[in-house]
Design a protein around this ligand. Sequence first.
Ligand SMILES: [Ca+2]
Ligand SMILES: [Ca+2]
Ligand SMILES: [Ca+2]
Ligand SMILES: [Ca+2]
Length: 752
Amino acid sequence: MERARHRFGRPARHRVRDRAVALLTWVLIAAGLGAIGGIVARAEPAAAARQAFPVARTHVDLLDASRTTPPRGSHGTLPYRYLPTDLYLPDAPGAFPLVVFAAGFNIRTDAYAPMLQEWASAGYVVAAPQFPISGQPGDGPARRDDQVNEPGDISFVISRMQDATGSPGTVVTGRIDAGRVGVAGHSDGGTDAAAIALNDHLIDRRVDAALILSADPPNFPGTAYGPINSAPVLVMSGTSDSIAPLAGSDAIYDNALAPKAQVRLQGGGHLEPFVSDARLTGAAWAVQIDFLDATLRGDPTGRSRLAVDGDIPGVTTVREVGLQPNPIGSLDSVSADPLGRVTASGWTLDPDTAEPITIHVYLDDAFMGAFPASAARPDVGGAYPDLGPDHGFAVTLPRQLTGEHRVCVFGLNVGNGDADVQFGCQVVSVVTNPIGSLDRVTVDPLLHTTAHGWALDPDTTAPITVHTYVDGQRVAVSTADATRPDVGAAFAGLGPTHGFAISLPTLAHGAHVVCSYGINVGSGTANALLGSCSSVFVDHDPFGTIDQVTVGVGGTLRVAGWALDPDATGAIAVHGYVDGVRQAVATTSVSRPDVGAAFPGGGTLHGFDVTMPAPADGQHTVCFYGINTAAGSTNPLLGRCAVVTVSHVPFGSLDAVTGGGGTYLVSGWAIDPDTTTPVDVHVYVDGAKRAAGSASSARPDVGAAFPLYGAAHGYGLNVGALGAGEHVACAYGINTAAGHNELLGCRWFTVP
Ligand SMILES: [Ca+2]
Ligand SMILES: [Ca+2]
Ligand SMILES: [Ca+2]
Ligand SMILES: [Ca+2]
């Protein structure tokens, strides 16, 4: 990190501090190297300054009556858990942090006495319980099947020690700082300690530090572990441990959230580095105490000492993040949009504050600016609930880029801690190929096909070239230079002249796929498909419509409409059908300037006006079809079929019966659809025929209503004198040609 910060030419205030840190680090390393050859345990100046306490050892018997013990040896299930516990007490006034230590499988707790003694000497009350089933000594062979209960044993010991220090008359009354609790363990006991720190079901949130030695991950049945919010962890193991191989420790470290540290003891075995291997114990104990000091005492030198004690050539190597209250964070992604705008996203926080901190962003060693990391990141808030969620950032750099670039982000320290932290660098490859869209492809009825869209290259404000392909064949090379204000607004700085509406050659009848490509300029790797390809159907068949169907005198059908074929410049054939039977073959020989104006280029001969023979009485369906010319696949229906009703039966009205005294006149009108000439009307009174005559007098109103038939359709027939009383008169139209006589109407009247 320090090297990177120098190389990156950070602002002056960073460089000054870097130099100070580098100098301090050098002094510490020198002191550490000096200690390797000797047998002195501690290796750094801060340790020399700290008091080493005499240690008092004692023993307490703890009993958890709330839980049971499975059978072992000669005893059956016990209704309690018995936990004989060794205590190592700093023999000095005052209260000290508590560390509960869990022994490994099938080993006496006093096998760890040299290490536990060191911890107590450094100012920690150490409680080492003996587990009832896995521990030694015990009744019968030790077993591992009770391990899932051991984290509970550890939590119980913590509770009893906290109770005891607050109670009068115990061996630890007033001796424990009950608010500062660590757990530690070796081998299976280390797995127990990891479960206390990292396991979702077994986590004990009273714990402020976990020291996990030579252990496998806590994959207990029915539970899951890490990464969850946990106490800081220190994971240690020998690199030559054949019982709990190094990979287990690596996995625990990798799955833990910061703050966390891992120290590997070079060439160390399973147990020896912590109790008997003189080459390693000094450094191992020093690292452990550094970690406990940093986490349980808040000693600001703890992490610095751990960095030294954990990095002794040939003895220790260290990984660590977050132990010092410097910023931590993650550069989650560095991405470029199609315009070459680079965005760096992630989160960072300083353990000293819930407030957002500032990040510095560097691009290829150049300072790009300071930005707040203040965006909501609920996932970060969930992992660090004390510090809240407002630690995210998504910074878009002010320059448009091309090519490969390296982006690095620093979190600026606030409060405690000694350095700003570069928590991420990523290389981003910025590709500025053209972008755009083939918005749509239109085909008008006369087969003019046009590709509409826009295209631009982020490297230029100038219009770029667009190649358009139909069914894989290039058919147009054009320039996207039409004004598109929407594109100009969406891509500020690149101008609006990026639209296109490209006329394509006339395409054959049928479906086609149209694709347009923007041609790259400047940097970039390829010409780019603009949006997606578009499917079009080009229809060479005729089209048109029926405008009007008129039923003529005698029931003839006159049909007018228009039709044209996009392949024809003049008239085309049309066929007319009545009730599915072809009754007309015609051409569009009628001039229709309106149609010619709507579909220019093919003249005006698009109309037809056809009269077809009269069908029988009743409803009939009339359909016309345009007959295809040249390309095309069918003779399509023109518009929709029409439905008409034809009648051959006379119709009319008996309007009035008038008169008095000796004579009465019955009047009305009548038409036979088969003729314009007057028809005969017969009048009956009270069922007896009384008059007959032609409906031939002028009735302008009837003429206006039925213009095909003229106005000469009125009648007024004298039925003579009638006797006093009620009478009924009825008039009948007498049929001409097809049809039959038909009642026109009846009327009741009274003769006084
Ligand atoms: Ca800080
Ligand atoms: Ca380009
Ligand atoms: Ca055609
Ligand atoms: Ca008739």
